[in-house]
Design a protein around this ligand. Structure first.
Ligand code: SAH
Length: 271
């Protein structure tokens, strides 16, 4: 067959010869028009779609397609199951919201390959990138990521909190714009408060703070405020929190619409 699941001409001569590639696909932040054409083509031709339940549910299945949704905490098991399906000859798409390489399934698949069945290494694994939440939020706001920035996940399921705290402090000290992923969930309501307490100790009170919730979805809500006034309780698991650098600033608009937010390309120039 042609298309994304065609075996590469250089497919390895042993083991997986003739097997279709396994695709790891980014679905983007929500709306279909923020998905790449490559991701759409892969989903169109996959026989098996594997991922965290809510992401899999976003996909309208075609006849004959099987969905394998699962819990969010079993990423590597899910990855192993996907690799096993590909070895059975299925056309497998492992899906993530946003970009699959940003706090998502691509790393879980490679972890399963590194520590798993040696046969997994014979598969042709491909990653289809997607628009990540920080890019979608930035696009709504103006150009807040126009200069150096970093992304930090606040989830301490996968790393100890002192590591999160050390990174937040270092990022604030280096004056990066900071995109905070996984700021809060029902199981972790407090960390975003701890993070703000830490940031308030080291960053100016007037630093711009954004809560960008469900960007691109019908329940989108964007709040632009300052570090002094921000209410961390606005953040939930659908929210991307952005913390400006000392250069990040607002431009008021003539029509009274929400001000544009941007970080200039030059650092330290006179305002
Ligand atoms: N791979 C995803 C991130 C997965 S981690 C990506 O590249 O975007 C999940 C976190 O991403 C959420 O807790 C939230 O912080 C952020 N996120 C995902 N989709 C979002 C959206 N539409 N709007 C705002 N934040 C979003």
């Amino acid at each position: 067959m042609n298309g994304p699941f065609a075996a590469a001409p250089s497919a390895p001569a042993d083991g997986a010869q003739g097997l279709a590639p396994l695709w790891i696909v980014g679905l983007g932040p929500g709306p279909a028009d923020w998905m790449t054409a490559e991701a759409v083509a892969v989903l169109d031709e996959a026989t098996d779609i594997v991922g965290y339940g809510p992401y899999v549910e976003r996909i309208v299945l075609k006849d004959g397609q099987r969905a394998h949704g699962s819990d969010n905490r079993v990423e590597v098991d899910r990855a192993r199951a996907a690799l096993a399906l590909a070895l059975e000859g299925r056309r497998v798409a492992v899906v993530s919201g946003g970009d699959p390489g940003v706090f998502a399934m691509a790393a879980a698949v490679f972890e399963a390959i590194e520590h798993g069945d040696p046969a997994f290494r014979t598969l042709d694994v491909r990653v289809a990138p997607g628009v990540s939440a920080m890019q979608a939020a930035a696009a709504r706001l103006g150009a807040p990521l126009g200069h150096d920035f970093c992304a930090i996940s606040l989830s301490d399921n996968l790393k100890p909190w002192p590591v999160v705290a050390r990174r937040l402090e270092a990022a604030a000290g280096a004056d990066f714009v900071i995109a905070l992923y996984n700021p809060a969930s029902k199981a972790r309501p407090d960390q975003i408060h701890d993070a703000f307490a830490l940031l308030r100790r080291v960053k100016p009170a007037e630093t711009v703070v954004v809560f960008a919730r469900a960007v691109g979805r019908p329940d989108e809500r964007i709040v632009v405020t300052t570090l002094a006034e921000a209410d961390p309780a606005l953040a939930d698991m659908s929210t991307l929190v952005m913390i400006g650098s000392t250069e990040t600033r607002l431009i008021d608009r003539a029509d009274g619409e929400r001000a544009w937010l941007y970080t200039p390309r030059h650092y330290g120039r006179e305002r």
